[in-house]
Unconditional design. Structure first.
Length: 145
């Protein structure tokens, strides 16, 4: 992939980033995450975006056994995971890993991790690892099959 426009669902992520910037410009840093969550949901409604708030994602073992649940902040247009934070510090690999884990339970090809807590809004566009099951095993230190 050479250009951002070539990224999966660029149109959706562009819209989400724009709405997130509008929220940050309006509210600025310093609020709790729930405030940004509600404001971003209102922005999505204003532009008639189809979104699910805190959808339940089932975590399953390879044999189909359900072992847990994840709740990302939003899934927009059924194609993009959106996870928001309100940290005064820069985003870390822990937050990135959290979002990458969400790929295992969805068919989404792109995710946005957005931090509203900084003076300048911080965001990352993330893509699923090529083999999500191998990623999970590496993360937890289990041997690959």
């Amino acid at each position: 992939m050479g250009l951002v426009e070539d990224a999966p669902h660029h149109d959706v992520t562009y819209k989400v980033i724009g709405r997130a910037m509008a929220v940050h410009n309006d509210l600025g840093p310093g609020h709790r995450e729930v405030v940004y969550h509600r404001a971003l949901a209102a922005e999505f409604q204003d532009v008639n975006a189809v979104f699910a708030e805190e959808p339940c994602i089932s975590v399953k073992m390879e044999d189909g056994t359900a072992v847990g649940l994840y709740y990302p902040d939003f899934i927009v247009e059924d194609v993009a995971i959106v996870e928001i934070k309100a940290h005064s510090h820069p985003l870390t690999n822990d937050e990135i890993a959290q979002v990458i884990d969400y790929f295992a339970g969805t068919g989404c090809k792109v995710a946005l991790l957005i931090n509203f807590g900084r003076p300048r809004m911080e965001w990352h566009r993330l893509f699923p690892p090529k083999k999500i099951s191998e990623h999970r095993r590496k993360k937890w230190g289990k041997p690959l099959k």
